[in-house]
Design a protein around this ligand. Structure first.
Ligand code: UDP
Length: 361
């Protein structure tokens, strides 16, 4: 069985790592499985890409398509053109895509047009918010996927409702949590922890990069101000995504307790999250990680494609209206935040299940 694995952006690297390790393990056990790893180049700088390869022990890609930058359409087109050449030169039995980024969608389309089977890891999740580029990527990818690897019952239900044959849905758990559980003993304290005098459970971690929050400068400013005003002077550590940094440089937002830092590597970022009082974010993946680590999470979005992080986890949807931030932060300081329960199959074995399934296809 020959696989082509696609990874393009930060959350992809975290999801692909355990799959590669499970393939290598199966290969070492004499199983007939091989792969080519294709990096589309969607994220290309050291801090958004190479760091994750180094820290998570991901082998050097067989090919980097070098398709960074550009608008959504330019990037989709560039990836499709480059991946078509790759697939013609190196035919494969199965193209495996993960998550919901532009690379996920672009490479699945190319594969299907070449009559190659597609497997989608993290299939079926839906925010039902078509204004999100990720939602379009999810819908398009799932409409042409052959094998659906899912993280939750919600995802299974969404796929069944959209007419997918149940025999092609494999509820395997969450590869992002495989990476989290495996690397927890390796989390490392960032150098600035002492420098900023951070104390256990006495600081916030903030991340924001979704267009709905960061593209309107006035709204972004208002949200930041609400967070600062209601933080009771606890330090707010803000590892800033390159997309947000571009917009942020023209905004004048300063506060003694706001510490803006570069995007962090996986091991330092999750050390910071694990020891924080709470996380404020608009990321999807981070709501899963905080749920497993039992850290309160305030999500600056009006919807989520990961409802189990709310019903069973530590996540709450604060929304994108700045006025909604205060009541949630008050609740946090009042010590009234919910605890998390165990999420079915988020047990560190999803990648192993995926590889076993692929071997039996
Ligand atoms: N992450 C990281 N360093 C950071 C911020 C995030 O390693 O400075 C990790 C985080 O632990 C999670 C992933 O990046 O695994 C989430 O990526 P992102 O927020 O870009 O994507 P999303 O989950 O929103 O698709």
């Amino acid at each position: 069985m020959q696989l082509t694995l696609i990874a393009g952006a930060r959350p992809n690297f975290i999801k692909i790592a355990p799959i590669i390790h499970a393939i290598q393990k199966a290969k070492d056990e004499g199983k007939d499985i091989n792969y080519r790893l294709i990096h589309t180049g969607q994220h290309y700088d050291q801090k958004m890409s190479q760091t994750f390869f180094d820290e998570l022990n991901i082998p050097k890609p067989d090919l980097n398509l070098g398709c960074g930058g550009g608008t959504q359409a330019e990037q989709t087109a560039a990836i499709m053109l480059a991946f078509e050449k790759e697939l013609l030169a190196n035919p494969t039995d199965l193209v495996l895509v993960v998550g919901d980024v532009t690379s996920t969608m672009a490479c699945s389309i190319v594969a299907k047009k070449q009559h190659t089977k597609v497997a989608h890891v993290e299939a079926g999740i839906r925010s039902f918010d078509i204004t999100m580029p990720e939602e379009i990527n999810r819908m398009v990818t799932d409409s042409i996927t052959d094998y659906f690897f899912t993280t939750s019952e919600h995802a299974n239900e969404n796929l069944i409702k959209s007419g997918v044959n149940e025999d092609n849905i494999f509820f395997v758990g969450n590869v992002m949590i495989d990476t989290l559980l495996k690397n927890m003993p390796r989390f490392s304290k960032p150098a600035f922890f002492e420098e900023h005098n951070l104390k256990e459970k006495k600081y916030f971690v903030l991340t924001m990069h979704r267009p709905a929050n960061v593209d309107e400068t006035e709204k972004l400013k208002a949200m930041m101000q609400e967070i600062i005003d209601n933080s009771q002077d606890l330090p707010i550590i803000f590892p800033i995504h390159p997309r947000t940094a571009k917009i942020f440089k023209d905004l004048v937002i300063t506060a003694d307790n706001l510490k803006i830092v570069d995007p962090l590597g996986y091991l330092e970022f999750n050390y910071l999250v694990q020891h924080s009082f709470a996380v404020i974010t608009d990321s999807g993946g981070i709501t899963e990680e905080t749920t497993v680590m039992g850290v309160p999470c305030l999500t600056l979005r009006d919807n989520t494609e990961r409802p189990e992080t709310i019903t069973m986890g530590t996540n709450e949807l604060v929304g994108t209206n700045p006025e909604h931030i205060k009541p949630y932060m008050d609740k946090l300081f009042a010590g009234e935040w919910k605890m998390s329960g165990e999420i079915p199959l988020w047990d560190g074995k999803a990648a192993e299940r995926i590889v076993n399934t692929v071997l039996n296809l």
